[in-house]
Write a protein that binds this ligand. Sequence first.
Ligand SMILES: NC(=O)C1=CN([C@@H]2O[C@H](COP(=O)(O)OP(=O)(O)OC[C@H]3O[C@@H](n4cnc5c(N)ncnc54)[C@H](O)[C@@H]3O)[C@@H](O)[C@H]2O)C=CC1
Ligand SMILES: O=C(O)C(=O)Cc1ccc(O)cc1
Length: 301
Amino acid sequence: MSVERVAIIGLGLLGGSLGLAIAERLPKIATTGFDADPQVRQRATERGLVDRVCDTPAEAVASADLVILCVPVGAMEAAAREIASALPAAAIVSDVGSSKQSIARALGAALPDQAVIPAHPVAGTERSGPDAGFATLFSHRWCILTPPDGADATAVATLTGFWEALGAKVEIMDPAHHDVVLAVTSHIPHLIAYTIVGTASDLEDVTQGEVIKYSAGGFRDFTRIAASDPVMWRDVFLSNREAVLEVLGRFTEDLSALQRAIRNGDGEALFDLFTRTRAIRRAIIDEGQDDARPDFGRGDH
Ligand SMILES: NC(=O)C1=CN([C@@H]2O[C@H](COP(=O)(O)OP(=O)(O)OC[C@H]3O[C@@H](n4cnc5c(N)ncnc54)[C@H](O)[C@@H]3O)[C@@H](O)[C@H]2O)C=CC1
Ligand SMILES: O=C(O)C(=O)Cc1ccc(O)cc1
């Protein structure tokens, strides 16, 4: 099945980037969009994030053959209910949410008769909103599809082809497995960044402003991640609670072991861990998964 009309619900970083990427790489596709925030609709119109910004969600999806929900995880179900009665029967509904099990449940309940194929492009930045989007966000990035059991194979193939045409690499994954993997690689790292930046800020009384003044590269990298959108990340942690708590338990144990090594002066344990983690970084770079953008990670884009 070929995609001719895509509707994007939510025109922030992900929705805006999707609209721009389609315009650049799949210019024959007509795009419509809706955002619940009128100011976002205004900016989306000014930036040309989609071909037509609509005043209602129903209008945006009325003739779409693919609808992609790009709203915070906690708003997915409401967004799905808002389009339910206007969706063409043959339209595929997908999303870009950062956790997958809770979204699968929510979309399945809101759209029981629709082909729903949840997805997660593992591509983003700490920025949000309609001014943050850019056309190359998904280039050479993974997009993980988590089709439910018995999902329509044609719909999965169509969505796979769509994301590949935008430059992404597609992987099919079980939703529960996705949530554990992303808890390890994305959700807990964000939690750690939020924690260390919060702790450093709480310690400002003791350090008298020196945290900010002397913030070196490592701390700056954490502040970039900790600047990520509060609504989005609140929803990620609430929706992926089980996997996050499971991985956090393991992380806390490993942190305690490090604490013990430092207290005991066990340099060998510290050296062994740091050697192992350095090799992991090298492996990621060799696989070409680090970001090629020169300013990435410096918090100034
Ligand atoms: N920010 C990132 O780096 C990444 C985010 N994601 C996921 O993408 C989704 C969107 O995130 P961002 O684009 O970063 O957020 P964003 O905050 O930039 O954009 C979300 C937009 O959704 C709109 N919205 C909220 N409820 C709505 C509703 N019921 N109907 C219509 N519009 C509604 C908001 O007004 C906002 O403009 C989230 O589910 C997030 O987990 C996935 C990969 C990366
Ligand atoms: O900016 C960063 O470092 C990110 O980690 C971006 C990101 C955030 C959330 C996702 O679900 C996927 C990617």
